[in-house]
Design a protein around this ligand. Sequence first.
Ligand SMILES: [Zn+2]
Length: 263
Amino acid sequence: MKRRLLAMLVVLAGTMMPAMSRAQALLDFRSDHAFPETVVETAAERTYRHRLLSLAGQGLLDENPALLGRLRRLVDGLAAAARIEKPSVIRWEIHTCRHCGENASSMSGGRLLVGEEFVLEPALSDDELGYLLAHEMAHVLAEHTLEYASAARYFVDNGRNRRYEDIQNELDESLSVSLRMSEVYAQQELEADFIGFILGARAGLEPEAMLRMLKKVTDDGGAFATMHPRRDERIRRAGAMLQMGYRIQEITAAKARSGQSGQ
Ligand SMILES: [Zn+2]
């Protein structure tokens, strides 16, 4: 995956830039996972609905309509950018929860959940909040849950012959397996930053807001702290992408001025 990221950066920085005036896709997504998407989707839907029901029952779901409205507007703008990169139909859904121990998370199929305190305490601007959402949406576009479970087959006993649910249960319960997979996890985080940065710039978010968001938000990775890429490394990489972000913004603005459709 590292090699793929590097290749994308080289392509973006070089000869493909003029061709972006047609708003063509800049990213490629793999589709050679070990499990069918529907299996992961079904599990995600079940877990997400269960969580929402539980939160609603405790009066903790969507209790801040102003924040929810902000988030939904940002997701709409980013979803349009996402469709350029990956024309598949994703029904994005986002909710907030209060005092729920949640940072910001995404599940397969576009199911997002954001903890109110996590985004309100650092007083994120709309553009900063947008990049935070773009990172989560990038995990969905890149089908990271599917990729992670596919990779996990090589880290668990008899993994090649086990079902998705079985692998997922072991991942949920075994810290040692998760630790063995820390490289995959860290690389997915960096890839989500990269994809999210492109989505955000395409959606018209100020590129420097990505850096500010990374500096403001204290996401220590929770239970995955030892596997999380270092924050200074994420900030360094985001800084290296700034020029690309400005270029994407210029082209997007020029297209808007000329009244083109953006497709
Ligand atoms: Zn992430």
